[in-house]
Design a protein around this ligand. Structure first.
Ligand code: NIG
Ligand code: FE
Length: 406
């Protein structure tokens, strides 16, 4: 049921939890500071939060307020998934079964499977099929408590399908990122020839739809010099910059991200001490994707050393058909607590305010506070920390998106 109305009151919440303060991104000890109100309310006017507080402090309201009884529920800021690949056709369930039998992700990729098999299915889907796919994935994310999602192209790798992917993401309510440098498609002999094409033929129009550009900087994909060329052109076209880096090997992603003042470098499963130090000394956010490490049976990223060194980190799903068929940020929070040794409070900030920062929206989303967009994730739990505690559980009771209860 969708409830719309000018004013919406979420009342009698068991708890309300929100990252403390107003700074962004949160780092160091501030990452773990969460404000918790017991017996709380959230009052929304239109698409904006007007007030939050304790029930005993609720002011008198006129009869036009739509009230929702939230006894037994907790409220956290609407979850923000800042790294997904939701625009794809087909699936990779066959490859998943092969990997279960011992085949490696990189071997499958090198043999023309992996990302390239999704490129074939995505090209065949057509724009309407792609939109239907993103909308389906969007519905899964909403059910899992995600109220804002970024999604990347990168499974088209031709002009038509890349642009159709970006349009489908925007139409489905997502924030599009042009991952024009995800893999070299089969019609090109090498990465440089493909980049010549992508930058000349796709970037001019992609820059008008996407907000950011992303590159897969990795052995077997694009090297640091190619990534630099691609990202510099994207920056000159007005896009924010992001990188897939240090997933399997340290190939120079962190120094490049710092040099180019990228918004984020994502994955970091292979990051060593020097990378941790360099990232911590920079403004670049490290986006951690533990569902991907789990799904591929890879080492987890060094989350605790990153946070302790002062790096800004965010958490995301990496939802995609090959390396992380998982749309659940609550599950990612459970992995953050059990595998990355982050506290539930650190995990909450990492997939709300810090994820919003990666998307350039931390002034409007990621907190439950007056003036922020009325995005709320309601948890079916007596304590907000069930977000991370209830491993794989049905913890999300519902969401409010821009003041609309869904
Ligand atoms: O973030 N590593 C590169 N890209 C995706 C995976 C894409 C795929 O396997 O289809 C990732 O893991
Ligand atoms: Fe990814």
């Amino acid at each position: 049921m969708t409830v719309t109305g000018a004013r919406l009151l979420l009342r009698d919440l068991a708890q309300l939890a929100t990252p403390a303060g107003t700074a962004t991104p949160l780092r160091g000890s501030a990452l773990g500071e969460v404000e918790v109100l017991e017996d709380a309310f959230v009052l929304c006017v239109g698409d904006t939060i007007e007030a939050v507080g304790r029930m005993r402090d609720l002011p008198a309201l006129d009869s036009e307020v739509r009230e929702v009884d939230c006894r037994g529920l907790c409220a956290v800021p609407g979850l923000v998934d800042c790294h997904t690949h939701a625009a794809f056709g087909g699936d990779r369930v066959g490859e998943f079964s092969l990997r279960a039998g011992g085949a490696s992700y990189e071997e499958l990729h090198a043999a023309g499977g992996g990302i390239l098999s999704t490129v074939r299915a995505t090209r065949a889907a057509g724009e309407a099929g792609l939109l239907a796919a993103v909308e389906l994935h969007r519905s899964w994310m909403l059910a899992a408590g995600t109220t804002t999602f970024e999604a990347k192209s990168g499974y088209g790798l031709d002009r038509e399908t890349e642009l159709a992917s970006l349009r489908a993401i925007r139409e489905a309510g997502g924030i599009p990122t042009w991952l024009g440098a995800h893999a070299v498609p089969p019609e090109f002999d090498d990465a440089d020839a493909y980049l010549d094409f992508a930058l000349a033929e796709v970037l001019p129009e992609a820059a008008g739809i996407a907000e950011a550009a992303d590159v897969f900087l990795e052995r077997g994909a694009f090297d640091a010099a190619q990534a630099l060329r691609y990202l510099a052109a994207c920056r000159d076209a007005g896009l924010a910059l992001r990188l897939h880096g240090d997933q399997f090997t340290e190939s120079g992603a962190i120094p490049l991200a710092v040099e180019l003042a990228a918004r984020s470098v994502d994955h970091l499963e292979a990051t060593g001490k020097e990378g941790i130090r360099a990232l911590a000394a920079s403004e670049v956010v490290g986006v951690l994707l533990p569902a991907s490490a789990l799904f591929l049976d890879r080492p987890m990223p060094p989350a605790r050393p990153l946070v302790d060194a002062g790096a800004a980190v965010a958490l995301a799903t990496d939802f995609n058909p090959g390396s992380a068929f998982c749309e659940s940020l609550p599950l990612v929070c459970s992995l953050a607590a059990t595998q990355l040794h982050l506290s539930p409070a650190e995990a909450l900030a990492a997939c709300t305010v810090n994820a919003a920062h990666v998307l350039g929206r931390a002034d409007r989303i990621g907190r439950l506070a007056p003036g922020y967009r009325a995005d709320v994730t309601l948890l079916a739990a007596p304590d907000w920390r069930y977000l991370a505690y209830h491993l794989g559980g049905r913890v999300v009771a519902g969401v409010v998106v821009a003041g609309e209860l869904r």
